[in-house]
Write a new protein. Structure first.
Length: 118
């Protein structure tokens, strides 16, 4: 099982980034996918979630209207489009998969660092 994030980096305030998470080793379409983030010195927090077929998405209040989450089940991938980034968005972003079929089946990626700075 693997969740591999990519797309992080350094971006100026007001800029955009698109994170990707490539999944393998499990039935991706059976899993609810989420993005979490952890800023230095802070607890990990849920950023966005998308249901199996992508019909429903939810977001943390801090990113509503700026971030969107999407998935492509044919490519076993989930994405996080981040716009209007600010310094408070600086964090390591993690991809998370939770089975909608089997209780307790969940996986984490290793994270990708997003730094928002001028």
């Amino acid at each position: 099982v693997q969740l591999v994030e990519s797309g992080g980096g350094l971006v100026q305030p007001g800029g955009s980034l698109r994170l990707s998470c490539a999944a393998s080793g499990f039935p991706f379409s059976n899993y609810v996918m989420s993005w979490f983030r952890q800023a230095p010195g802070k607890e990990r927090e849920l950023v966005a979630t998308i249901t199996r077929a992508g019909r429903t998405t939810t977001f943390a209040d801090s990113v509503k209207g700026r971030f969107t989450i999407s998935r492509d089940n044919a490519k076993n991938s989930v994405y996080l489009q981040m716009n209007s980034l600010n310094a408070e968005d600086t964090a390591v972003y993690y991809c998370y998969a939770r089975s909608a079929v089997l209780t307790g089946m969940e996986y984490w990626g290793k994270g990708t660092l997003v730094t928002v700075s001028s």
